[in-house]
Design a protein around this ligand. Structure first.
Ligand code: U2F
Length: 573
């Protein structure tokens, strides 16, 4: 069946259910953004020009909100607890509904069993018939529950699963045997999925798919009125829980801030001001989302103290015309050196409180500074007061951007079908482009590394992203493909690894190999210049953009991307 866009959210709101603060929060959000979603649906509908879209049967099982997982989030909704995950799930549900799919929502193990058709009860019971869904969106808790209740049949059906995974899972952690043997085993990873089945909150490692969420959008009139009504010396602190205000050196930089600006907070409290919040701060208490937006519309500065990491609030602040000021982390925080990230299935280095804001948005909307350097901090505040900025929201965080991305994933990502073979032939230095046939140099000269070009005719008509987006690069020693592609203005594309994991690519690059081995190691394909050794990847699950090693230069499959929509290549729609 063909999917038709929906702009009425009544059915969805009924499906979400009642009885928990988390559900009420999500429903309030869905209602508040309904108009914005409807407009976006109409726009995308027009953009896709009647293109056929399959209607999919989709189950959404929100594991972290089930009683069976302990549901620690719901009781904290009104007390300053994490809301980012609920923001994202509300938006995922809305996007799937608006795109017109056939949606079932489960928030308990009992509902999960009912939808899957496995008998209720505690033990594991295999699903005998076919899976009644094309796609299942869940999280790590939900995955565990499915394993418990579907037993071995989970393995058979796992290509249909998508895991909503805030901070991401790198391939080395996802491969059970490899993780166990090489010290990448954590509480979460080791599910042997295709790493693109994990979907993140921000575009972290491109090994995963970027799901995202949305933020409020403003029309031109609202933008103008916001700019007129900005209070130049008003700052709002990012941190809705008192513990987020327990920061080393806070007195120092807060004093500087207070010298120039009136400081506001939205910290949850029961009866009296939490001792962590200084007396000069005007604390509004935890606000409902729409009231927070109003406060942000007036404020000039939204200031982070270092925690929470990578939440939605900075995007909302920037969308409402604030400048976001945040601490730089030197050394960067990661699962190797920081409690919060310990045990998370990634070694990603987090360079500031909000690396997306730092790297994808940047000045003038975002300033990332060393808070221990009072001169630098002082001059940042003065610069912020002088700078005029317009409200800004990256396209990928608008409703249309999210619909476009989720639509593309649903129609094109298929982890069930065996990867279609491709033809690699006619190695030559030149070629002719046309259709899905890639020819011409898959090669970008890098000023600080000598990457060599190769040209070949490759055909893979059903590849997505299409092959036309592929650019082959060689990393520096110690550099990951994430960095190598980024430094050339591209993004690493794990789906393209299979096209460059071959002797022909090495040959075309004129790499001098005395040996070419095929091994199981997440930094391959790669070569060692000193030892004249080349290695190809034997385990496709270990193709990794994130991997790096000081001894190896990696072969990197980069691709182009759309402005403001890094998840999609130029020919991806
Ligand atoms: C992140 O979770 P948080 O919930 O701590 O992220 P925030 O950026 O603080 O904001 C989440 C939402 O809370 C809302 C605000 C945001 O959409 O509009 N809010 C509000 O309604 N009222 C207020 O007074 C203040 C904020 C991240 F999302 C999680 O994935 C992580 O687990 C967590 C820890 O790093 O950080």
């Amino acid at each position: 069946r063909q999917a038709a866009f929906r702009t009425d959210l009544t059915v969805l709101l009924d499906q979400v259910g009642t009885g928990k603060e988390s559900l009420s929060f999500m429903k309030r959000r869905i209602r508040r953004l309904a108009q914005q979603w409807a407009t976006a649906a109409n726009r995308l509908d027009a953009k896709l020009e009647q293109r056929w879209r399959d209607q999919k049967k989709i189950l959404v099982h929100v594991g972290f909100l089930t009683e069976e997982s302990g549901d620690v989030f719901s009781p904290k909704v009104l007390k300053g607890g994490p809301l980012g995950e609920m923001v994202q799930w509300a938006d995922i549900l809305t996007a799937l509904h608006v795109l017109g799919h056939n949606l079932k929502i489960s928030m308990s193990v009992k509902e999960l069993q009912g939808f899957l058709g496995v008998p209720p009860g505690r033990g594991s019971c295999p699903l005998t018939g076919p899976l009644p869904f094309d796609l299942i969106y869940t999280d790590y808790h939900g995955l565990q529950q499915m394993k418990q209740h579907m037993g071995l049949s989970l393995k058979k059906h796992k290509c249909h699963i998508r895991v909503i995974d805030t901070f991401g899972t790198e391939p080395a952690y996802n491969h059970e045997e490899y993780a166990t043997l090489h010290g990448y085993r954590t509480n979460w990873g080791y599910w042997n999925l295709n790493a693109r089945q994990y979907m993140t909150m921000f575009p972290h490692t491109p090994d995963n798919s970027f799901m995202g969420f949305v933020s409020e959008e403003l029309n031109e009139t609202e933008k103008r009125s916001i700019q007129q009504n900005k209070v130049n010396n008003m700052a709002v602190v990012y941190g809705k829980e008192a513990s987020m205000w327990k920061v080393q050196g806070k007195e120092g930089f807060l004093q500087i801030l207070h010298r120039y600006m009136e400081v506001h907070g939205t910290v949850y409290y029961e009866t009296q001001r939490p001792p962590e919040v200084p007396a000069f701060v005007k604390n509004h208490g935890l606000l409902p989302q729409h009231e927070l937006q109003q406060l942000l519309r007036k404020a000039k500065l939204f200031i982070g103290f270092g925690f929470p990491y990578e939440g939605p609030a900075p995007l909302e602040a920037i969308a409402n015309g604030c400048i976001f000021l945040q601490p730089k982390f030197n050394p960067p925080h990661s699962s190797l050196n920081h409690e919060f990230f310990r045990g998370k299935p990634t070694s990603r280095e987090v360079s500031s409180q909000h690396p997306y804001a730092e790297q994808y948005i940047g000045r003038p909307h975002v300033m990332t500074v060393d808070y221990n350097n009072s001169l630098e901090f002082d001059s940042a505040i003065r610069e912020i007061m002088r700078t005029k900025v317009e409200p800004y929201l990256p396209y990928e965080y608008t409703c249309e951007g999210m619909l476009e991305r989720v639509h593309s994933y649903i129609q094109h990502q298929d982890f069930c079908a065996p990867e279609p073979p491709f033809i690699l032939a006619n190695l030559s230095r030149q070629g002719s482009a046309g259709g899905s046939r890639v020819a011409g140099p898959l090669f970008v000269p890098l000023s600080n590394s000598t990457s060599l070009g190769w040209a070949t005719n490759v055909t893979a008509p059903s590849a997505w992203p299409p092959l036309s987006s592929l650019r082959l690069l060689v990393s520096q020693e110690g550099q990951s493909c994430v960095e190598a592609c980024q430094s050339a203005g591209f993004i690493c594309e794990p789906a393209h690894f299979r096209f460059i994991n071959n002797k022909e690519a090495l040959h075309g690059l004129e790499v001098q190999c005395e040996v070419v081995d095929s091994e199981i190691n997440h930094i391959l394909p790669a070569f060692s210049v000193v030892r004249r050794e080349c290695g190809l990847q034997r385990e496709p699950l270990l193709f990794s953009c994130a991997g790096h090693s000081p001894k190896y230069r990696r072969l990197c499959p980069c691709r182009d991307f759309r402005r403001g929509q890094v998840a999609l290549c130029k020919d991806c729609l």
